[in-house]
Every structure is written in structure tokens, then in C-alpha cells.
Write a protein that binds this ligand. Structure first.
Ligand SMILES: Cc1cc2nc3c(=O)[nH]c(=O)nc-3n(C[C@H](O)[C@H](O)[C@H](O)COP(=O)(O)O)c2cc1C
Length: 354
């Protein structure tokens, strides 16, 4: 028996499509607003944003749309700062790449990572319709504050035990992230390499065991795939890679160039750029760093930030985190409006075949 589509009704969405949050400059206010204006739900990826920047981006998005949108954060306890020896070893390795791009010295390692409470406070103040999160679960007191403020919460699960934990914690909906998904793995129970379950299997497992709405993510690139996860009982599809080549996305030029080649056919899970497992298109740095013991997230991320910024500036894709899912070769270059229209048409076109 199919469940009532509470999520789509609640937010008056024309289409059961959520644009995935993509922190690091990809999910711009323009992208999120365009998706919401086109009848889906846009998301801002605030994981790396300072509280001030996050507030600015939310306000900018509000100015561009009156429709509901989501704001996403990384919620986790970070491991202790690595010791000086580990930091110096990693700095020396990153230094080789830095030198090639004309950057001198060692990369700075900021220790100001504990900003989650301030970020969540910004969300409470600004009250977007939805707060989504990954890498963990906010404390019970924070979840209660979001509930009291009428903000809908969506947690990320990569396997059944996480979905059950999210439901128990009282979140409103669960985004299940299949192993095909681009970007960081959301895993917070058990080891990440042991939690790589395909989107179809994961969606079916979670839908059968939890009673709150399930959103499916990972490798969903067209309307037919959206129909497939709806058929399995998901209430919506969350899509990231599909939006990377839209005109409104903040995807940088060298990444856009790679997305138009058959390099998209080779993705892998890597810790090279951030220290946390993420699916990315294979490039030189992914290959060369395979055997290297990198620093844990968020320290590796901080250590490679300047390098990645410089690489984007000079158009060097081999030192960039090209985060994308296994469906990346199906990515389409068009405006958000056109992409959402196309997805909706595909959903209608393939509906009769089932
Ligand atoms: C470039 C990129 C950045 C991402 N950043 C985030 C993020 O900040 N927060 C988050 O919850 N998920 C993030 N994700 C993962 C998405 O939420 C989602 O799981 C994934 O995009 C779904 O798979 P797909 O890329 O194949 O559509 C990111 C994905 C990509 C491709």
C-alpha cells in the first residue's frame, strides 16, 4: 500500500524533486531559488559557511523566491586536532601540489571548526521552511527548538540503523543516500566503507521499516529514475549531480569542462580532499593520494582549501574535488526551469510504461 504524499502536499511542490544541498559554492541562492520557483524544492549547502555568510545566503534566497527551500548543515563532533607530525607530513604532500600552482609555504590549518551551534542559531532566526543535515543528528534540545519554530527537519541516512535512529530522534523526514551519490557520505553509525548500499535497495529497506517520509538520493538523473524511487515508496527524489551543469549552479569552470567529457564515467570514493569519504570523478590527486593516510575531516579539508581555490582559479581540474555521483555522464547543461520541465515530462512519459 502506498503512503500518502505528505511532503509534497505540505510544501505545495509541483514536482517531487529536491535539489540537493551542495556546500562549497555549488548550491547558490540563485540555484536554490530557481528550483523552488520551478516547482521543486531548492536547498542551500551551508556546511562550510560562517554564520554571517549563511545568514546572507538565506536572506538572498528569500529575496529570490517566496517558495519553501531547505538549508543544510554538517552536524557532527569533529575528532581531535591531529598532532604536529601528522600535520607536517600531510602539509609536505600537499605542498608538492601547491608548488605547482605557485603557492608558497605550508597550508594554514585553522582550528575554528566548532561553529555548528552558531549556524543552527542562524537557521532558527531565519526560519527557512526546512533544515536538512548530514553526518549526524542534532541534539534533542536543538531538534525541539526547530520543532517549536515550525521548521521541518530532514536527516540523512546511509543504512537502516541510521534511518531508525533518525526516526527515533523525532526528525520529520529521512533522506536516504545510496552509494551512487555524489559528494560526502553521510554515514554516522559504523564505518563508511561498510555502508555503501545502492539507492534502490536502501530506499526499499528504509520505506519498509520507518513511518516518516523517505526521500531517495543517489544516481537519480532523469524522470524515469524519479518514478522508480517513487514506485518504491519514496516521497521525493533528492538530486545533486543532475544540477551541476545548470546555469544557476556555482560549479566552477574546470569542473564544468570535465562534466562534459567521458571522465564522468569514472567516479570513486576518496578521502583525498577533505579527509571524509566522498564520491568524486577520478583525477590526478585522487589517484596519487590513494595510498596516503590523510588527516581526518575537517582538518584535511582545511589543509587543501587554498590549493583547491587556486586550482579553480587557474582552471586546473586535477587538483579539484570533482564531487559527482555515478550518474554523472547523464548530466544535462540547461537552465533549472528547463531541467525541471524535462524531468517532469520524463516522469509523465514513462509513467504509462509501468
Ligand atoms: C557537489 C556535491 C556537493 C554536495 N554537498 C552536500 C552537502 O553540503 N550536504 C549534503 O547533505 N549533501 C551533499 N551532497 C550529497 C547530496 O545531498 C546527495 O546525497 C547526492 O547529490 C545525491 O546523489 P547524486 O549526486 O547522484 O544526485 C553533495 C553532492 C554533490 C554532488
Amino acid at each position: 500500500m502506498s503512503k500518502p504524499k505528505s511532503l509534497q502536499n505540505r510544501f505545495h511542490l509541483l514536482h517531487p524533486i529536491i535539489q540537493a544541498p551542495m556546500a562549497g559554492g555549488v548550491s547558490t541562492p540563485e540555484l536554490a531559488a530557481a528550483v523552488s520557483n520551478a516547482g521543486g524544492m531548492g536547498s542551500l549547502g551551508g556546511g562550510y559557511s560562517s554564520p554571517e555568510k549563511l545568514r546572507e545566503e538565506i536572506q538572498k534566497t528569500k529575496a529570490l523566491t517566496s517558495k519553501p527551500f531547505a538549508v543544510n548543515l554538517f552536524i557532527s563532533e569533529w575528532p581531535a586536532r591531529p598532532d604536529d607530525r601528522a600535520y607536517e607530513q600531510m602539509s609536505a604532500i600537499i605542498g608538492v601540489y601547491r608548488k605547482e600552482l605557485g603557492l608558497s609555504g605550508f597550508a594554514p590549518l585553522s582550528s575554528e571548526f566548532e561553529i555548528q551551534d552558531e549556524q543552527m542559531q542562524v537557521i532558527l532566526d531565519e526560519k527557512p521552511a526546512v533544515f536538512s543535515f548530514t553526518f549526524g543528528i542534532p541534539s534533542a534540545s536543538w531538534l525541539q527548538k526547530f520543532k517549536d519554530a515550525g521548521i521541518y527537519t530532514i536527516g540523512t541516512a546511509t543504512h537502516l540503523a541510521e534511518a531508525v535512529a533518525l526516526e527515533k530522534a523525532g526528525v520529520d523526514a529521512i533522506c536516504v543516500q545510496g552509494s551512487e551519490a555524489g559528494g560526502h557520505r553521510g554515514t554516522f553509525i559504523g564505518k563508511i566503507p561498510d555502508s555503501l548500499i545502492g539507492t534502490l535497495a536502501l530506499t526499499s529497506q528504509v520505506v519498509s521499516k520507518v513511518s516518516i517520509p523517505v526521500i531517495a538520493a543517489g544516481g537519480i538523473m532523469n524522470g524515469q529514475a524519479i518514478n522508480a524511487v517513487l514506485e518504491l515508496g519514496a516521497e521525493a527524489a533528492q538530486m545533486g549531480t543532475a544540477f551541476l551543469l545548470t546555469s544557476e549552479a556555482g560549479t566552477n569552470a574546470p569542473f564544468r569542462k570535465i562534466l562534459k567529457t567521458d571522465r564522468t564515467l569514472a567516479t570513486t570514493i576518496t578521502r583525498a580532499f577533505s579527509g571524509r569519504e566522498a564520491r568524486a570523478i577520478v583525477n590526478r590527486m585522487v589517484t596519487e593520494m590513494k595510498e596516503v593516510e590523510v588527516l581526518p575531516y575537517p582538518y584535511q579539508n582545511a589543509l587543501t582549501r587554498e590549493l583547491r581555490t587556486a586550482a579553480a582559479k587557474v582552471g586546473e581540474p586535477e587538483m579539484l574535488s570533482l564531487y559527482a555521483g555515478q550518474g554523472a555522464s547523464l548530466v544535462r547543461e540547461m537552465s533549472v526551469q528547463k531541467l525541471i520541465e524535462t524531468l517532469a515530462q520524463e516522469m509523465q512519459g514513462s509513467a504509462g510504461l509501468t
